[in-house]
Ligand binder design. Structure first.
Ligand code: PLP
Length: 469
């Protein structure tokens, strides 16, 4: 299996980025619960024939859909080792705990966070945002929110972000009982960064109405365009107004590693909490994200519950530092720290910085290709690694352009040549390339542009008129 998977990774460029699954294969997932054993060799063959050929495609050099990272061979092997050891990383005096503590220390150093901060590896940016915002709620509520709940607050708690902030933050506001409407989505400038004056005004309006503004969420790289909010200004504002500053840096936080890009996320190191992913712009295998919290005590108080069966001991397996389960939702946790620890040792952090710069250069290269074609339009600025563009023709109105680009995106995916994701910016349907891919080369973007133009022309030639979603 190891040899096969290494060969599979070696040959990734020769396969289509994605291919639809035939009905015959789809039907194999409808078979009933197995009651008696099958030979491992048969089960493995089933995997090879029906599972392996139909992935999302994100390990391919020409996959730039949504914001999905690529994974590495050594990361894959680290996952094998972690699963072989199979420790429970909720706590305990064991090597895995020390590995995760070291990883968290490295994360703090990478992002310029203070050594005394706490942190937790989680399964991704959504959970990382939830953990950070749970701590914010605990820290700023007018009462003991864990015991009394939000039902008892006298003033509705409100939080603020730009309208470009990721849906996981909306979900977190909902799950935390704050209500998604308590998250005020503030307008952005033309570069898609938050309009801080509008944000200040929204806070003041809510205060004057007797509500309780408690938190601002800043973006280090928005999902749509990679825009970074003015985090220095947000940090100043939060300090002055006694608000919690949480930064969603799912991929953009890692720009801090590059001396060339770091200025865009300046101020992030002053945040009360930061959420980011290692399975995006650090190319680690799924899944692994991270939350860092400046105030360790408040982080621990938010999640720590110690019944007798989890009580620490001075010696034995239950000894050791504060268990990780005291910093998050999960009690039992897997050993995701190992792939981070091994990957950082394998490559060194400087190489990650170079790869991040490479992806950012590729985004600029792609944007230049778009701008040099009369049949393409660059729809948004490209501050980091995200390029939003579309096929255009003077013969089509906006609605028809949206329909055409929507169909073009699907045909591109179905062609197996390259994958980009969708978004809509100010009413324009865009092809969105989010480049968190260490396997991409410049010629891959040349091919993408050739394909997009050819598909656009073909659709025009067909007189394509679809229905807008
Ligand atoms: C800015 C931003 N925040 C949060 C998330 C959610 O991260 P995850 O998919 O790892 O849960 C994403 C995912 O793309 C993102 O781009």
């Amino acid at each position: 299996m190891v040899d096969d998977m290494l060969a599979y990774l070696r040959q990734v460029r020769e396969r289509p980025t994605w291919q639809p699954m035939p009905a015959r294969v789809r039907a194999t997932f409808q078979t009933p619960l197995p009651h008696s054993p099958q030979k491992p060799s048969e089960v493995y063959r089933d995997f090879q024939e029906n599972v392996l050929p139909y992935p999302t495609g994100n390990i391919h050099p020409r996959f730039w859909g949504w914001v999905i990272g690529t994974g590495t061979p050594f990361g894959m092997l680290a996952e094998l080792l972690a699963a072989g050891m199979n420790p429970n990383c909720g706590g305990f005096d064991q090597s895995a705990t020390l590995v995760e503590h070291q990883v968290i220390d490295w994360m703090k150093e990478m992002l310029g966070y203070p050594a005394g901060a706490s942190g937790l590896l989680v399964n991704g940016g959504s959970m990382a945002n939830l953990v950070g915002l749970a701590v914010a709620r605990r820290a700023k509520a007018e009462l003991d929110v864990q015991r009394q709940g939000l039902q008892s607050v006298s003033r509705r708690m409100t939080l603020y972000s730009s309208e470009e902030t990721h849906s996981s933050v909306v979900k977190a506001a909902d799950i935390l009982g704050l209500g998604s409407e308590s998250l005020r989505r503030v307008a952005v400038h033309d570069d898609y960064s938050v309009n801080v004056d509008a944000l200040v005004a929204a806070i003041e309006t809510d205060r004057n109405a007797g509500l309780h503004p408690f938190c601002v969420i800043g973006n280090a790289g928005t999902i749509n365009t990679g825009a970074c909010d003015d985090l220095e200004r947000l940090a100043d504002l939060c300090e002055k107004e006694d608000l919690w500053l949480h930064v969603d840096g799912a991929f953009g936080a890692l720009a801090a590693l590059s001396p060339r890009l770091a200025s865009q996320v300046k101020g992030m190191e002053r945040a009360d909490s930061v959420a980011f992913d290692l399975h995006k712009w650090m190319y680690m295998p799924y899944d692994v994200g991270c939350t860092l919290v400046r105030n360790e005590a408040i982080h621990r108080e938010t999640f720590s519950l110690v019944p007798s069966y989890l009580a620490p001991a001075g010696r034995g397996i239950s000894a050791g530092p504060t268990p990780f389960n005291a910093y998050g939702v999960e009690l039992s946790r897997n050993f995701k720290a190992l792939k981070v620890w091994m990957s950082l040792k394998e490559h060194g952090v400087d190489k990650y910085a170079r790869l991040i710069e490479q992806n950012s250069d590729q985004a600029r290269y792609l944007a230049e290709l778009v701008e040099s074609s009369r049949e393409l339009e660059l729809v948004a600025p490209v501050p980091l690694n995200v390029v939003c563009f579309r096929f255009v023709s003077p013969t089509l109105d906006e609605r028809a352009l949206n329909r055409l680009n929507e169909e073009l995106l699907i045909r591109l995916q179905e062609s197996g040549t390259a994958v980009v994701g969708p978004t809509k910016l100010r009413g324009k349907y865009c092809l969105r390339a989010a480049i968190t891919n260490h396997r991409s080369r410049c010629e891959d973007f040349d091919l993408l542009i050739r394909e997009v133009v050819a598909l656009g022309r073909a659709l025009l030639g067909e007189g394509f008129v679809g229905t807008e979603a």
